[in-house]
Unconditional design. Structure first.
Length: 134
């Protein structure tokens, strides 16, 4: 069994900040824990917009604080998100995430991410270590 505390992750290499400063992600469970997913406690800073496109991962995002919205770019649909809302990117949807207030999200990625990823120019994370093993 593994037990970790958020306070033990803050300001370590498991605490990753977006290149453009929109979010910071505290990565509680990572790919090298070998359980098939990663689990992050993520802060989205108020007033920010992030273009995200996880082409290689499924992500579930459970908002526990704050409010904002997600816009899927293929159709312009807008989904208001507030504490208690979950969204699941089960179609690798390209989307904007906009935080009206500071949002706190519990994020689950399948496959798990390796730990140091920040978004590339498309808003994607590269495929995880499981794709690079041979
Ligand atoms: C909600 C979302 O996707 N935010 C971007 C950061 C990412 N979820 C992460 O690595 O924690």
């Amino acid at each position: 069994m593994i037990v970790r505390k958020l306070e033990d992750i803050v300001s370590t290499p498991r605490h990753v900040k977006a290149n453009d400063g929109q979010w910071e992600s505290r990565r509680l469970i990572l790919n090298d824990d070998a359980v098939g997913f990663s689990l992050h406690d993520t802060i989205i800073h108020a007033g920010t917009e992030t273009l995200i496109w996880y082409k290689h991962h499924i992500e579930a995002v459970y908002c526990i604080e704050g409010e904002g919205e997600v816009e899927t770019t293929e159709n312009g649909n807008i989904y208001p998100i507030a504490a208690g809302s979950v969204y699941l990117l089960n179609g690798n949807e390209r989307h904007y995430l906009r935080a009206k207030t500071t949002m706190r999200m519990v994020c689950v990625f399948n496959p798990g991410i390796t730990g140091q990823e920040t978004h590339d120019a498309d808003g994607a994370y590269r495929p995880g270590a499981e794709f690079n093993s041979n």
